[in-house]
Design a protein around this ligand. Structure first.
Ligand SMILES: [Zn+2]
Length: 165
């Protein structure tokens, strides 16, 4: 296995971005990355657009690497929606497997913190997350827990009224 294959296996969520710089400082690793997107679908109407409006830098907290906090400084594009009847005039591209709208964490980091919040709740979860180089407040964990959808429960009639055929 080559180093390139190892990196692709360790960071599959970064496959769609170009990493320009890696900066290690103290217990934090910062990646400067950008997308190469030239077209994106408007989340309001679904119409694809190539008309760039601007770009800006998002900061995402990712899952820790080697016990070090990983922060991604990701340059993303804002597009103009081409559909005149759409309420959205501009929209920001999302990177599949990495970003969600308004999210400050990668999808992987969000999933890990959701699992921690489900298992341990706020205070203990925040302590564990801190040990895993993914510092988060207990209130953030509790908010994540509250946003999770309710589990699906199969509707089942009372067993006492069931009859064997
Ligand atoms: Zn639109």
């Amino acid at each position: 296995m080559s180093i390139k294959e190892l990196l692709a296996g360790l960071f599959p969520h970064l496959a769609r971005v170009c990493v320009d710089q890696v900066i290690c400082s103290g217990a934090t690793i910062r990646l400067r990355a950008r997308t190469g997107t030239t077209e994106a679908a408007c989340p309001g109407c679904g119409v694809r657009s190539r008309r760039l409006h601007s770009h800006y830098e998002r900061r995402l907290s990712d899952t820790a690497v080697g016990g070090q906090e990983l922060l991604i400084h990701l340059r993303v594009h804002r597009f103009l929606c081409r559909n005149d009847s759409c309420a959205k005039k501009t929209f920001v591209e999302q990177v599949p497997g990495l970003t969600v709208r308004y999210g400050r964490r990668s999808l992987g980091a969000s999933a890990a913190l959701q699992a921690i919040s489900l298992a341990l709740g706020g205070r203990a979860g925040a302590r564990l997350a801190g040990h895993l180089a993914a510092s988060v407040s207990r209130m953030t964990l509790i908010r994540m827990l509250r946003r999770l959808p309710d589990p699906v429960v199969e509707a089942e009639g009372p067993r006492a009224f069931r009859t064997a055929d």
